[in-house]
Write a protein that binds this ligand. Structure first.
Ligand code: RP5
Length: 160
């Protein structure tokens, strides 16, 4: 089994519906990754232990998704100096609570926060790919091709 470069963590299995887009995008780029349900509130010890050991297992980027009082990304960032990307989940307050809980970190412990829901989940994978591509020319090429295809699609749109 190849060692995962990216850990995708989510506070609940209910977050998978959104976070499957992170998983699918990383798979599309051929980036080895792992997905786990771990909660800042419901499994605090296990979360701390997992994140503390992540770097020594070869993980280079942590993606943390949570909704509501969304402290998972912040807790992860507190226990590692790896880049931590936070994805706010849609919630009973339409994700605004999740967004603010994830993005409003005190100075000194950064969380790179993406947008709410599916777009944020997809962009977390793309940003992880961009970080990893700094030392992987093959991955950089794939990202450039992805952008080119995206531009071509927009330029080729036909309206009625
Ligand atoms: C958060 O609470 C999870 O990340 C999830 O978005 C939200 C609701 O969790 P469940 O009640 O669906 O398990 O911790």
């Amino acid at each position: 089994m190849p060692k995962p470069l990216v850990s995708i963590l989510m506070g609940s299995k209910s977050d998978w519906e959104t976070m499957q887009h992170t998983d699918a995008t990383l798979t599309q780029f051929g980036i080895d990754h792992e997905s786990r349900v771990l909660s800042a509130h419901r499994t605090p010890k296990a979360t701390t232990e997992f994140v503390t050991k992540a770097e020594s297992r070869g993980v280079e980027v942590v993606i943390a998704a949570a909704g509501g009082a969304a402290h998972l990304a912040g807790v992860c960032a507190a226990h590692t100096t790896l880049p931590v990307l936070g994805v706010p989940m849609t919630s009973s307050l339409n994700g605004l609570d999740s967004l603010l809980s994830t993005v409003q970190m005190p100075g000194g412990i950064p969380v790179g926060t993406l947008g709410i829901g599916k777009a944020g989940a997809t962009n977390a994978a793309l940003l992880a790919a961009a970080i990893l591509s700094l030392s992987r020319p093959g991955l950089k090429k794939k990202l450039q091709e992805y952008r080119r295809r995206q531009s071509d699609k927009i330029l080729g749109e036909k309206l009625p």
